[in-house]
Design a protein. Structure first.
Length: 281
């Protein structure tokens, strides 16, 4: 009789072992994904391509579902669908600003754009987002709390322009931060190095970009060769919302670079306080 029941006992043990081995995978499947809203559109960039690179790259690296809000308008004042809706981020855990809207200077619109971030919704800002929503004199250091400084107060760094399209050597200056501790320095292909007019008190620099700018002409004026550097990755605390930003990301080749997508994904997870193995794939 004992021998007759031994095979079933062995089968039961195998099933139990299989179920135990499957538990981590099952637990992983049960992770509630982070919901991110990616906003793209406007001047000077291949957003129709880059929005999909970002969505696919982030979703492949983390338990994140990226919804897209995109405008095909290529002007510097695109009619983005979320304007004049302060509740546009309802239902989302984080907003990714990747729009290029330098000529949108309506204070009431900007206040609506900022409303979710003033009420706890984290933000991620990429490249030309730093040159959007310019109100008044954006080239001189702004005073915090003024209309001219509204967007810069949120970002944490004020930038007014960029140099030529040349490679940028990215050096992580804070290697102990959760976002950067697994990342390595790298050099991009041709990219735009955004300047730093001022770094506001809440901003914490994570990486610096170095660029050799060759002699060139601009508006008929000869500009001598020079070496330039600026903070290119940082965090900010805005009304107790975590904000992550990088000025890198002009060309498709940069946006599609695994190192760039790793950086953006880790920054996003940090912003929602979920940069851990549970949410990383």
């Amino acid at each position: 009789m004992k021998n007759r029941h031994r095979p079933s006992a062995i089968i039961s043990a195998i099933i139990a072992t299989t179920l135990l081995a499957a538990l981590p995978l099952q637990a992983q499947k049960e992770v509630k994904p982070i919901r991110a809203l990616l906003i793209t559109g406007g001047c000077c960039h291949a957003y129709a391509t880059q929005k999909n690179i970002l969505k696919n790259g982030i979703e492949a690296r983390a338990h994140v579902v990226v919804d897209q809000l995109h405008s095909d308008d290529t002007t510097n004042n695109p009619p983005l669908a979320f304007y004049r809706n302060p509740n546009y981020a309802h239902g989302y855990d984080v907003v990714i600003h990747d729009e290029c809207a330098a000529k949108m200077d309506d204070v009431s619109v900007l206040q609506d754009v900022l409303a979710p971030h003033q009420n706890g919704t984290p933000g991620v800002n990429l490249h030309c987002a730093m040159h959007s929503y310019r109100i008044g004199d954006h080239r001189s250091p702004t005073q915090a709390g003024t209309d001219t400084s509204l967007w810069f107060d949120y970002l944490g760094i004020q930038s007014s322009g960029h140099g030529p399209k040349e490679p940028i050597a990215i050096s992580f200056t804070n290697t102990k931060h959760p976002v950067t501790k697994t990342l390595s320095d790298w050099a991009t292909g041709n990219e735009e190095l955004y300047n730093n007019v001022q770094i506001l008190p809440g901003a914490k620099a994570l990486a610096t970009g170095f660029q050799h700018q060759k002699e060139r002409k601009r508006q008929g004026k000869l500009i001598p060769a020079q070496d330039a550097e600026a903070v290119v990755v940082w965090t900010n605390n805005y009304h107790d919302s975590r904000v992550f930003s990088t000025t890198i990301g002009h060309y498709d080749e940069t946006v599609a670079d695994d190192r760039y997508l790793d950086l953006v994904t880790r920054g996003l997870l940090w912003s929602v306080n979920k940069l851990n193995d549970k949410y990383l794939r």
